[in-house]
Ligand binder design. Structure first.
Ligand code: ADP
Ligand code: ZN
Ligand code: ZN
Length: 724
């Protein structure tokens, strides 16, 4: 009897497909194959070999193997299979997530050297109507090393323009630049500080890779020198042939962190993030798969890469919500990192100044070893946080007089200030003061945000936008005004108040262009007086030594939210932003503007240690039957009407209730209509995770077999980050 292979496809199907293995082919799990599928061919991944063929079905043979080695080695394969079951996402899509796009499409796993282009001269005389060619020439001229074809096409140019310029001998093909390597240059290494006593003692509590699995929660206050500990740890413990993984929330925002690793480890550092192009992805993926001794610094999905000799995992800022994938395969990069370390029998270090309540709880349950670092590195002292009640104070652009005075004094001392606003745009609402009309998104149940720079009204929940008007579109009154604060508005206020000082805005709008964050960081790192205005982007791990004052424009957003994670997120964000103050030798000060200065959470924030606050919040979670004391999953449904969405969830609810698992809902989502879809959700809350998992598997099978009303989509989010 012929051997059968069970194969997964990159499709949202909860099933596998059986094929005959031709006699001259040897297949192993994790290997890529070409198979006939319908009238076409598809790329598949072997899940199992030697299975019993289902009776009475004529199976087709596998067409070919794409490599004679498994693209996904055993342990990566195991990790993804586990994740598929845990997060209830189809196995095929999970497995394919671990392949670079080129390999998902069925390309051969070989590095193709890319064609690079550069200009021959600095000037080009081109016919007046050759706008596109001129634009391409200028674009290339700005890149001293030239650019690869893929980047040129991605930037919106066409091959025709490339060949036209080449024919005119204005540009030429060049060899690709060698990667920047910093090698272990002695002058760089000698600049590494010696670990302080506190750092050294923390570092000593982290077990070495050959001691096997261990999860370490490195709780180190902001500026305590955690990154320095990672560097020393890797230098001390990582063998010459070993691989290491360093997960970071967002690389583009914190190029400094990568640079620090590169300065220390040179070419051994490789990066993985969303801005890489396909060939860069393939090249890095191959390095990892070939077992090269890389230290990979990457975002969430790096945890899925096919390491073959992974000996250490570090998860920096482990509390960061960007570790949770928000759509499709909704995995947590942090949680998979812990499981992966377990599979690999190696240590995992979770570092943060504000660890997630899940991790704090795991430390309390002795599942993680808690390592504390409670003083700042160098000569820096922790900042002093105080509340500023703004209930009866007039505000200018959201800022009270005392806050403006504090900024003025900071600048006068030649230092820098940072102003934190939690929304981008100019104002979150435009309102008519005659008729009360507010502009809403036609596709969502939300209001449009006013972006004054672009004279646009934009929805932050879908891609809708429209031109801003000066009059009320309903009654044509000119008493049509922005209400509330956004970063642009605060930026304007500050620019007026401090006309001689640069005011730099940092939010998703101002950092969209590639390299713009680098420019901003450069200005701040020059140390000259300036005011930074921005969203939580500013809270992310930056090291601004000359920022000595942080002003939080409004802390009240998270105080009364219905989301059970809101208080935790609020505390983390406030402490992280505060942590930007006083990281150099000068002491830092934090002013938190609020209308609720007697709120217990804000009060403890000023006095308490994070771990005490975390304990308090954990108690509330326990009393409210929330994670981490319960296992939670959300079923979401969306359709063209709310009735349909609710209907699907209504049929799920009884299935859950027969198992004794608690259900909340179904209810319309917080933003019930988004991009013209009506969304509802059902929360499942279980004491026992295994039981929840079994239930979810059952419901998925049931829903897959059922005919749902047309246009209804459903999805499951296990360990949801947002419950709204
Ligand atoms: P964290 O990651 O905890 O926020 P970093 O590792 O970025 O902290 O360190 C904060 C600042 O202190 C950095 O500027 C770093 O260079 C400096 N630093 C860290 N360790 C030391 C040390 N042992 N001596 C002097 N400066 C240090
Ligand atoms: Zn009006
Ligand atoms: Zn919208």
């Amino acid at each position: 009897m012929p051997l059968i292979a069970r194969i997964a496809l990159n499709r949202p199907l909860r099933r596998l497909f059986d094929y005959i293995i031709p006699e001259d082919l040897e297949l192993r799990p994790g290997q890529r194959v070409r198979i006939p599928f319908g009238r076409q061919q598809a790329t598949g991944l072997v899940v199992q070999v030697g299975v019993e063929p289902p009776p009475g079905i004529n199976l087709k043979p596998v067409a070919s193997a794409l490599e004679d080695w498994p693209a996904l080695p055993k342990e990566t394969f195991k990790l993804l299979s586990w994740a598929s079951d845990y997060y209830q996402h189809p196995l095929g899509e999970c497995l394919f997530t671990a392949l670079p796009p080129a390999l998902r499409r069925g390309r051969i796993a070989e590095e193709k050297t890319e064609q690079w282009w550069n200009t021959r001269d600095n000037e080009a005389t081109l016919p007046a109507n050759a706008h596109k060619q001129k634009a391409l020439f200028d674009w290339l001229r700005q890149r001293p090393k030239g650019a690869p074809t893929t980047d040129i096409l991605k930037a919106g140019f066409a091959r025709a323009q490339l060949s036209a310029l080449q024919e005119k001998q204005l540009i030429e093909t060049v060899s690709p630049p060698t990667r920047d390597t910093f090698n272990d240059a002695p002058e760089l290494l000698s600049r590494r500080p010696k670990l302080s006593l506190a750092q050294a003692s923390a570092a000593q509590q982290l077990a070495a890779p050959d001691e096997g699995f261990g999860a370490f929660l490195l709780y180190g206050i902001t500026g305590s020198g955690k990154t320095e500990i990672y560097l020393h740890y890797l230098k001390q413990h990582l063998g010459g042939q070993d691989q290491a993984l360093v997960l970071v929330p967002e690389i583009n925002l914190t190029p400094q962190t990568v640079a620090r690793f590169q300065h220390y480890f040179g070419g051994r550092i490789v990066v993985w993030h969303s801005a890489l192009n396909d060939s860069e992805r393939l090249s890095t993926w191959l390095k990892v798969r070939n077992g090269e001794p890389v230290i990979l610094v990457g975002t969430r999905s790096a945890v899925l890469l096919p390491f073959t000799n992974l000996r250490t995992i570090i998860v920096d800022e482990e509390h960061d919500s960007s570790y949770k994938q928000g759509e499709g395969f909704r995995y947590s990069g942090r949680d998979l990192a812990v499981y992966r370390a377990h599979l690999n029998n190696c240590p995992v270090i979770l570092g943060s100044a504000t660890p997630s309540l899940e991790s704090v709880n795991n430390a309390e349950q002795a599942k993680y070893h808690l390592v504390k670092l409670e003083e700042r590195a160098g000569n820096a002292a922790p900042p002093i946080v105080s509340l500023l009640d703004i209930r009866s104070r007039p505000l200018e652009g959201g800022l009270s007089r005392p806050a403006l005075n504090a900024i003025e004094q900071t600048l006068a001392k030649g230092e820098q200030a940072l102003v934190f606003v939690n929304r981008r745009g100019f104002a979150p609402v435009m309102m008519c003061f005659d008729c009360g009309h507010m502009i809403e998104c036609p596709r969502c149940d939300t209001r449009l945000t006013y972006h004054r720079r672009d004279r646009a009204m934009r929805c932050h929940h879908c891609d809708y936008q429209t031109a801003a008007t000066e009059h009320c579109p309903k009654c044509h009154s000119d008493a049509f005004k922005p209400v509330g604060q956004g970063t642009e508005r605060t930026e304007d206020t500050l620019a007026t108040a401090f006309p001689d000082t640069p005011v730099v805005r940092v939010d998703r709008d101002s950092t969209q262009r590639k390299g713009s964050i680098q420019g901003i960081l450069k200005q701040v790192n020059s140390g000259k007086p300036c005011v930074l205005v921005g969203t939580q982007m500013l809270a992310k791990g930056h090291d601004f030594p000359n920022v000595t004052l942080v002003v939080v424009v409004n802390a009240d957003g998270g105080l009364f939210s219905v989301d059970f994670r809101a208080p935790e997120t609020l505390v983390q964000t406030l402490l992280q932003v505060s942590g930007r103050a006083g990281r150099g030798t000068k002491p830092g000060k934090v002013l938190v503007q609020t209308c609720h200065s007697d709120h217990p959470l804000l009060k403890t924030l000023c006095e308490g240690q994070y771990l005490d606050i975390a304990d308090q919040l954990l108690k509330e979670r326990e009393e409210g039957h929330f994670p981490p004391f319960r296992a939670m999953a959300i079923f979401r449904a969306e359709a063209d009407t709310m009735e349909k969405s609710l209907q699907v969830l209504d049929t799920i609810k009884p299935l859950a209730n027969t198992t004794g698992i608690e259900t909340w809902g179904p209810l319309p989502a917080m933003i019930a209509r988004r991009a013209d879809k009506h969304r509802a959700q059902l929360i499942l809350n279980a004491r026992n995770r295994k039981k929840l998992n079994t239930l979810l598997t059952g419901i998925c099978q049931e829903l897959d077999q059922r005919m749902l009303p047309a246009g209804v989509k459903w999805m499951i989010d296990v360990d949801p980050q947002e419950t709204g």
